[in-house]
Design a protein around this ligand. Structure first.
Ligand SMILES: Cc1cc2nc3c(=O)[nH]c(=O)nc-3n(C[C@H](O)[C@H](O)[C@H](O)COP(=O)(O)OP(=O)(O)OC[C@H]3O[C@@H](n4cnc5c(N)ncnc54)[C@H](O)[C@@H]3O)c2cc1C
Length: 333
């Protein structure tokens, strides 16, 4: 699995299965009990050295136009489609909606799991429904957007990890210009005479490439911690002690605090523990300098979490999914 996770953690799976059709999904899951790890692009997992549960990779790779009107289009997209390939394709077709989410690594099937988001757009705003095999009900189900319980880096799929095997995601995109240019560097495009889908995509790619390490060069999983959401009152107290603290009001009397700022202020930028290192240009990103194992990454993360708690009284939550090494063999029917 070492080449199948962007943190490049050394990992051996005892069983690896590829499933290409719904019939194969049905047959496999009806014949297996216990934990199964569904793996997409491996860009949001922290893997142990050994995975005893079966690892499943889905191969559903079609993009279908399900419905089209003069103003909008509904796409049905297979779980194995590479996320950024879908974004590139939708931009080329002139479909508005996914361009801000350019260059996020991984596959379409994983995108609803943590409700991927970037540059002012979250996946939930573009999803119509998600098709999945429900291991609890033992049949395929379709969850409408409001049933997916999407929240910041969260969803029903993440909260009930292991229950749903996502095979297809349906998106509703606009055929009429509908840009979101409220976030950071994208604001500079608001008055651009050349404003286009491709320009937004190119700008996002340029900014991301500048800020985030390319996992094929420096192994990482993107942001390692969620931005903590705290009460307005707690934020005011924090701001009193640390006037430079960066926060984004969230309504409901709460504020999302920039975790990268906290980690940077705590002096962690470019700090290394074993083979795990905080990236020197973006304190929110932990990297593998070569030869790191799961515990190296988690030790550095724990050290950051405890310092942030003691300096700022703020709890940092790990964003990627940490896969625990199982002690027992899974039971097979
Ligand atoms: C450089 C970099 C930048 C990133 N930037 C962003 C960003 O801007 N915004 C953002 O939100 N994320 C970002 N990420 C995180 C990551 O790319 C996303 O979370 C992505 O959706 C993960 O996709 P994946 O296919 O690699 O998932 P994996 O890592 O393979 O899996 C992630 C989780 O989803 C589950 N899963 C995967 N596929 C399925 C399926 N078909 N059915 C059910 N469960 C499934 C897995 O079991 C696991 O729990 C970044 C990562 C990197 C390395």
């Amino acid at each position: 699995m070492t080449e199948r996770n962007t943190m490049a953690l050394p990992c051996v799976a005892e069983r690896f299965v590829e499933l290409a059709t719904d019939d194969e999904v049905l047959a496999f899951f009806q014949g297996v009990r216990g934990d199964v790890l569904i793996l997409g692009g491996g860009s949001n997992v922290i893997l142990p050295e050994r995975i005893r549960q079966p690892v499943v990779s889905l191969k559903h790779a079609d993009i279908n136009v399900e419905q089209e009107t003069e103003t909008s289009v509904v796409l049905r997209v297979g779980a194995a489609v590479v996320w950024d390939a879908l974004v590139a394709w939708s931009v080329a077709q002139g479909y508005y909606g996914l361009e801000n989410l350019s260059l996020i690594p991984g596959c379409v099937g994983a995108a609803p799991v943590q409700n991927i988001g970037a540059y002012g757009v979250e996946l939930k705003e573009r999803v119509l429904r998600v098709r999945a095999y429900d291991r609890q009900l033992q049949r395929f189900v379709e969850l409408m957007r409001n049933e997916c319980e999407f929240a910041y880096r969260d969803s029903v799929f993440k909260r009930h990890s292991g229950r749903y095997v996502i095979t297809e995601v349906c998106f509703e995109l606009s055929k009429q210009p509908r840009f979101v240019l409220t976030y950071g560097e994208l604001q500079t495009l608001q008055d651009s005479p050349d404003l286009s889908l491709q320009l937004v995509r190119d700008t996002v790619i340029a900014v991301r490439s500048e800020k985030l390490p390319d996992p094929s060069v420096i192994p990482n999983t993107g942001s390692f911690f969620k931005n903590p959401v705290i009460s307005k009152r707690a934020f005011d107290a924090l701001q009193f002690d640390f006037p430079g603290v960066v926060g984004y009001p969230q309504g409901h009397n709460s504020v999302k605090v920039a975790a990268g700022w906290l980690i940077d202020q705590a002096g962690f930028k470019a700090k290394q523990l074993g083979a795990a290192r905080v990236h020197d240009r973006q304190a929110l990103v932990l990297t593998n300098t070569g030869g790191a194992q799961q515990h190296d990454i988690l030790d550095l993360a724990a050290s950051i979490q405890s310092q942030i708690k003691s300096i700022f009284s703020v709890e940092l939550e790990i964003e990627p999914v940490v896969i625990q090494e199982q002690q027992q063999e899974p039971r097979h029917d």
